[in-house]
Design a protein around this ligand. Structure first.
Ligand SMILES: Cc1ncc(COP(=O)(O)O)c(C=O)c1O
Length: 398
């Protein structure tokens, strides 16, 4: 294990002159991932052709890699599997959880949740019938909104816009007290901070790997099902690779053993190869050390920007316990400001309506980067360098 993040920084391919504060959205390329994917392409796909499913172990990859993710989120071995996109995994977890609480009809979430989670919940309710509905409350009101009408509480632990963090153990305990199940989205937690799905009592948890876990654009998502539900949860997306015996080609569906039933179809072998190479880096570090370093970086950034740029309003909680690994500031011209920063090598992103978002990823970002970024933000703000037409035209991805 290393606490020296200069070692891990050397394992990433980071372009010269860039301070990359967007590893919370798309992690950078681990140097070993390029070689690993190339090997999978040429030696496995190229030489083994279809025999790669057996010879190269492609079929086992989703659960083998799932266990490596499981270590980072406090899951019991054998209870995490990879596949599909996070939106699909949200749907799967939600559908199974609703079916396990058949007398209730309400999904409870909050207005800070990522829209795709809410859209998936709405779509599922529409499919299930008019009695089902999604109720959203302000993030601060989730605890008191938990009552005996709620079938499933579906919460993203760290708010994608503000970086505000929910208390997983407390909300889950309350959900269970009122007879609801808890589904947690760990998109902005996995690889960002220590997560304890087992200790925290989560019934289901899902997350993506292309952010803090650096699997590359389109990398697969993961799903965790608590051991107590592993043999009873019924998959709504009952694809052939979640079947007990996919190659029996039975006409009827029988769920596979445990977490295997949450597989749907053919796994993304090339993306899993990239993810596996990235996880070799994660094997060298402890989440507690990452968290210490992340809090030091975010504290330093908040203090630096607040001193240098009074025009930017902090949107992220100051309280360590309530913060993920990103810092967000509000400004009505947030989009243009971010484009001006990107043009000067400080890469963060913008989230409507007014959020400038900066991610802090100790594996490859250090205090010197923070200080340089603060100086550049100060220049852009002091000189109103963002006030140019080319920075105001919105691109498709912000
Ligand atoms: C909290 C959260 N949930 C769901 C998603 C959607 O993920 P995907 O595009 O992999 O379906 C995202 C994407 O950023 C997210 O941040």
């Amino acid at each position: 294990m290393t606490r020296d993040f200069a070692d891990t920084r050397a394992l990433f391919d980071l372009p010269e002159g860039v301070i990359y504060l967007d590893g919370n959205s798309l992690g950078p390329l681990p140097k070993a991932a390029a070689a690993r994917v190339a090997r999978t392409v040429t030696e496995e796909w190229g030489q083994m052709l279809i025999t790669g499913w057996n010879k190269a172990g492609w079929m086992e990859q989703p659960s083998k890699t799932g266990d490596r993710i499981g270590r980072l989120i406090g899951a019991e071995p054998g209870h995490v599997v990879m596949g599909d996109t996070l939106s699909i995994k949200v749907y799967q977890a939600l559908a199974s959880a609703l079916e396990m609480n058949p007398t209730r009809r309400v999904i409870l979430s909050d207005t800070g949740n990522f829209p795709s989670d809410l859209y998936m919940a709405e779509g599922l309710c529409r499919t299930l019938g008019p009695d089902y509905n999604l109720k959203t409350v302000a993030p601060e009101q989730v605890l008191e909104a938990l009552d005996d009408t709620v079938a499933v509480m579906m919460i993203t632990e760290v708010d994608y816009r503000t970086g505000r963090r929910h208390d997983m153990a407390a909300l889950t305990a309350r959900a269970h007290e009122v007879g609801a199940l808890a589904v947690w989205d760990l998109a902005h937690s996995a690889g960002a901070l220590p997560v304890e799905v087992a200790k925290g009592g989560a019934d289901f948890a899902v997350g993506c790997t292309y952010k803090y876990l650096n699997s590359g654009p389109g990398g697969p998502a993961f799903i965790y099902v608590a051991p107590r539900h592993a043999e009873t949860a019924r998959p709504a997306l009952s694809g052939w690779l979640g079947h007990e015996a996919p190659f029996a080609f039975d006409l009827d569906y029988r769920p596979g053993r445990g977490i295997e039933r949450m597989r749907v179809g053919t796994p993304p072998v090339l993306q899993l190869a990239a993810l596996d190479a990235s996880l070799d880096i994660w094997d060298k570090v402890e989440m507690a050390d990452i968290r210490d370093a992340s809090l030091a970086l975010t504290d330093r950034f908040i203090a630096g920007v607040e001193t240098a740029c009074p025009g930017l309003e902090l949107a992220t909680p100051r309280d360590h316990a309530m913060r993920g690994s990103q810092v967000s500031f509000r400004h009505p011209e947030g989009y243009a400001i971010m484009q001006a920063l990107i043009a000067r090598g400080v890469i963060g992103d913008f989230r409507a309506p007014d959020i400038l978002r900066f991610g802090f990823t100790p594996l490859f970002i250090n205090a010197e980067d923070v200080d340089k970024a603060v100086a550049i933000i100060k220049d852009v703000m002091d000189g109103a360098l963002w006030d140019r037409p080319e920075y105001k035209t919105r691109a498709r991805v912000t």
